[in-house]
Design a protein around this ligand. Structure first.
Ligand code: PGA
Length: 259
């Protein structure tokens, strides 16, 4: 599996109309048509996925999916449906899925397995809730190191080493998502090292090196290259800024330029 930088646009529950979605996608497609070295993935709401051509310089991803491929599961969208639409990636375990839909580690693991079974690439989201957690005695508790390793371990439970290269791990500290308070690049790098160490312990160093680790949380055109260049992350997961075409285009072009 390639280690080219990966930039994921997570549109979340936006925009409100087909017309706006087509317009945004159209601008991105045109502006990013010459991008060669960076893999750019657009994750629109499901109902807009079929509007976009599978074959252009932009790839398509899902923001979530169910763990079964078909059946009596009202309201769900299956990984097989996404695959058949031309999707190549699926975001799994985003913190908003955990917060609003009570997704547990077990559910996340089931979804991740279903995604791999359908030959899609899962983007497993991990990240601590609070920026500065304290113990009862008032000592700072490094929540990141406690939580992130465990989320990686539980998310990947039962996944064989031969599939690891297909998996992307997004380090997304919950406190940095949509808050305008991004994680310091140096801290993102520490989290990436911890994730790689966890993968090395679970599998091997060789296998751990195959996984792309990306950063998400209040990324914009001003700070994007601090992560991809400064902190050596393999890419970015972008929410708010991905809805602004000129902002997103600038981010992708900046990342492409420094390669
Ligand atoms: P944000 O969202 O870029 O708006 O902080 C990131 C995410 O939720 O993945």
């Amino acid at each position: 599996m390639s280690k080219e930088p990966l930039i994921i646009a997570n549109w979340k529950c936006n925009p409100a109309s087909k017309k706006e979605a087509e317009h945004l996608f159209g601008v991105l497609k045109k502006e990013l048509r010459r991008i060669k070295k960076t893999e750019v993935v657009i994750c629109p709401p499901f109902i807009f996925s079929s509007l976009f051509p599978a074959r252009c310089s932009l790839k398509l991803g899902g923001q979530n999916c169910f763990w079964e491929n078909r059946g009596a599961f009202t309201g769900e969208v299956s990984p097989l449906m996404l695959k058949n639409l031309g999707c190549e990636f699926v975001i799994i375990g985003h913190s908003e899925r955990k917060k609003y839909f009570q997704e547990s580690d077990l559910i996340i693991n089931k979804k991740l397995k279903a995604v791999l079974k359908n030959r899609l690439q899962p983007i497993l989201c991990v990240g601590e809730e609070a920026r500065d957690a304290f113990t009862a005695e008032g000592k700072p508790l490094n929540e990141m190191s406690l939580v992130v390793g465990e989320q990686v371990e539980k998310g990947l439970s039962g996944i064989s080493s031969s599939r690891l290269g297909e998996i992307v791990i997004a380090y997304e500290p919950v406190w940095a998502i949509g808050t305008g308070m991004p994680c310091l690049p140096n801290d993102a790098m520490k989290a990436a090292l911890l994730i790689r160490k966890t993968l090395t312990n679970l599998y091997s160093r060789n296998i751990a090196e195959k996984v792309r680790i990306i950063y998400g949380g209040s990324v914009n055109s001003q700070n994007a290259s601090d992560y991809t260049k400064g902190a050596a992350m393999n890419g970015l997961l972008i929410g708010g800024a991905s809805l602004n075409a000129s902002e997103f285009v600038k981010i992708v072009k900046d990342v492409e330029e420094i390669l």
